[in-house]
Design a binder for this molecule. Structure first.
Ligand code: FES
Length: 105
């Protein structure tokens, strides 16, 4: 598993997703509840950026049709999306947020 720097921890505002691209993979970084999560930025229902959605209770909500994805598992808990979105392991080292997109968790 290879971790790479995604951004600085101080660049992440609480509950405000930040889109980054790692090895060509669009990733939404979310700092919420004292933890940082990395979830693929593309909704599994259609080609829409999840980082433009709202964060609430460890979920990110797709702005287009409202499916909510668990930031821990990537699983949707409401329709119309039925397939999970990949999530990625995150490590914090100092102010660096490190993400591995080589292996989904
Ligand atoms: S595009 Fe995300 S729920 Fe439809």
């Amino acid at each position: 598993m290879t971790f790479q720097r995604a951004c600085g921890l101080s660049e992440l505002e609480e509950d405000t997703p930040k889109r980054v691209e790692l090895d060509g993979t669009p990733v939404s970084l979310v700092h919420t509840g004292g933890e940082v999560f990395a979830i693929n930025d593309i909704c599994s229902h259609a080609n829409v950026s999840l980082s433009e959605g709202e964060v609430d209770d460890c979920h990110i909500e797709c702005w287009l049709h409202g499916s909510r994805f668990d930031l821990r598992s990537g699983k949707p808990d409401s329709l119309p999306a039925t397939r999970p979105v990949p999530v990625y392991p995150v490590k914090i080292e100092g102010d660096d947020v490190l993400v591995s997109v080589t292996q989904e968790s």
